[in-house]
Design a protein around this ligand. Structure first.
Ligand code: DC
Length: 231
């Protein structure tokens, strides 16, 4: 059975990664959190006291950064230079800086190359901002997820709380607004809905209903691919 690639893009904290993880589990595909890669680069730069506004300084450090994922207890986990950084990259100091790092073209080129390599054999569900438009422009299924800002802020607050990370709802909301603005207005690969992406507004959808819709779309595409190739 031939596999497809699934690209999921959308604003910060709109449920992309929840959907992507669920889809990957149902289909037995690999889940890749591309945002975690930008977060890991940001963590490295902060740990090494690099001035993020100084792009030459950032670019000079990129060769020292090695990011990869491993499944631990069934969860995709982010590693930076051999260290599990899954929890560290979710913290607010990273969320505040990551969009400034993600505007740097050389950072994007490095990560996009790695993301495309990870998806070369298909069977990948990847979420981010430019997956449908830049990373996998030929993905068989593209979904653009959106939800109202208050709902998104509430969900992120709960998620951080569940992970034992302290935050405030107001701070989260303002961070989401800032990131949405920077991510969708930057020059290189701004967040935008691909022409052939399906819009999924999950403001009033629970996780199960969202998954049901997306699974139907995925299964349609998988069937189409396999019937057209005769395998
Ligand atoms: O999905 P996330 O919130 O973990 O992403 C963190 C930041 O990384 C986001 O604000 C913008 C950037 N990003 C990006 O520019 N391109 C991607 N494909 C994924 C994330």
């Amino acid at each position: 059975m031939k596999k497809i690639n699934i690209a999921i893009d959308g604003y910060s904290s709109c449920g992309k990664s929840t959907l992507a993880k669920q889809l990957a589990r149902e289909l037995n595909y690999i889940y890749i959190d591309s945002g975690a890669m930008y977060r890991a680069v940001t963590l490295f730069l902060l740990q090494h006291n690099i001035n993020i506004q100084n792009h030459d300084e950032v670019i000079g450090k990129l060769d020292e950064i090695d990011i990869y994922f491993e499944y631990l207890d069934g969860n995709s986990t982010t590693f930076l230079n051999g260290k599990n950084v899954e929890k560290d990259i979710r913290k607010m100091d990273i969320a505040k800086q990551v969009s400034h790092v993600a505007i740097i073209s050389e950072v994007r080129q490095k990560l996009v190359k790695q993301q495309q390599h990870l998806g070369r054999d298909k069977g990948v569900v990847m979420d981010g901002r430019d997956i449908s438009t830049v990373v996998f422009p030929d993905a068989e299924l593209k979904i653009f997820v959106t939800a109202e800002i208050d709902i998104r802020a509430d969900r992120r607050f709960q998620e951080l709380k569940d992970k034992g990370i302290e935050s405030s709802l107001e701070e989260i909301k303002s961070n989401l607004r800032d990131r949405d603005y920077i991510d969708s207005t930057r020059e290189d690969s701004p967040l935008t809905q691909a022409e052939d992406a399906i819009l999924l507004d999950n403001t009033s959808l629970d996780r199960a209903s969202q998954l049901k819709k997306a699974l139907e779309w995925a299964q349609e595409r998988i069937e189409m691919l396999n019937s057209s190739s005769g395998s």
